[in-house]
Design a protein around this ligand. Sequence first.
Ligand code: ATP
Ligand code: MG
Length: 472
Amino acid sequence: MAAMKTTSALESRGQQHKYMTQSFQKVRALTGMKDVLPDTSAEWESLEATVRQWLAAYGYRNMRTPVLELTRLFTRGIGEVTDIVEKEMYSFTDALNDEQLTMRPEFTAGMVRACIEHNLLYDRPRRVYAMGPVFRHEKPQRGRYRQFHQIDVEALGFAGPDIDAELIVMLARLWKLLGLADIRLELNSLGQAQERAAHRQALIGYLEQHKSVLDEEALRRMHTNPLRVLDTKNPAMQDMANNAPRLFDFLGAESLAHFDGVCARLADAGIEYTLNPRLVRGLDYYNLTVFEWVTDRLGAQGTVCGGGRYDGLFELLGGKPSPAVGFAIGMERLLDLCSQAGQEPALPECQIYMVHQGEQAQRKAAQLAEDLRDAGLRVIVHAGSAGFKAQFKRADASGAVAAVIIGGNELEAGAAGVKWLREGAADDPAAGNPAAGDPVAGDPVAGGTAAVGGQQEAIPFDRLVTELKSKV
Ligand code: ATP
Ligand code: MG
């Protein structure tokens, strides 16, 4: 077991505390819950920025709902007989007030609750979105985590096929913006309650006849939620599911007209799709249009985005009946695709790294750094005291284009030393790219420009901001 060591600094001060001699066990992140470290975080931030711009272009506005909600919001909203509610929710009793709570396993139920609670649709329909973590207790594997992130987009209060199509067209644009190919659209219609009821009878009859191939879960669900049985991933049940009565064949004229309305608009936008009559989606609240965007580039977890219409959910959650349609994108899967397509390199930590020697020089460096930030530059001031050599190593690792050097000589001369750290930076003929450990700063205690040799220029303090601003 790894042990935490006592710090020598404290020891040297003679402060021997009891806890310092104990060893501690490392605490690890929970299974299926990932840390995003600074280098990967840049990919997340870049995706989030693209997503916000993309959504703004269609008039969607952000909303943020709590991670924790009452459990009954999800049992009612998502449906009792679904994978999520049956076996994936992080639920617990809040011991402080005895409430049954659940970490949101998806956004839609919470978004609809918030809209009802704040009467958001009282004067007009709304286009909204949310982005953030959701939680499902699943078996972790590539593309399947216990804390994962969704981009959730909802068009609330719109009934027509025009908005269903708008959402799908939007998604096609997002794939294009991100440079992603090979994501295909699967489409289906779940019709309306009456049509599903007629289909349900036929389906239960069919399942009764094929009981011998049904697994335990299917046997349990065939009477409570037979449609869900068709959603099975069990290879032994695929033939059975493929030949089952298709809900699509039970749709009446109105449902078919809605579906045709969506298809016509997809054709207008040049978007191809396949009709997948087995596509039922993992939640109970859908009706009419349902769709998924799927790729073969992610192994077994190939669904990047799923969505559909859920005209009954507002009423189910105690609100005024309102039509609604939306989708959720799995951000981890999307980022996996983005990195396969080649991401931009991560943004360096800073543009300018300030190295200094001595207290006065540190204070001057901190002041100059503020001036540089006023001018929009990203600046790190070396923290603590260290030799120039060690500071230059940090400057190099930070990715900065230039190091600004302030020591005793610079303070006296009223000019900072500026050393260009990257090849071709600022058209400086003297610019080099010192490898980490390159003794560019010479004697660490010399504390002046002389120590750095001929590789830097002196820029008076009062011209530093303008000069750097124009060159960085
Ligand atoms: P799946 O069939 O893969 O379990 P789902 O139907 O449960 O997906 P949705 O509830 O529709 O998924 O969630 C929307 C999107 O969120 C999915 O298309 C997928 O991209 C992503 N997603 C779902 N579950 C996970 C998970 N456990 N880890 C990472 N991403 C996930
Ligand atoms: Mg699932």
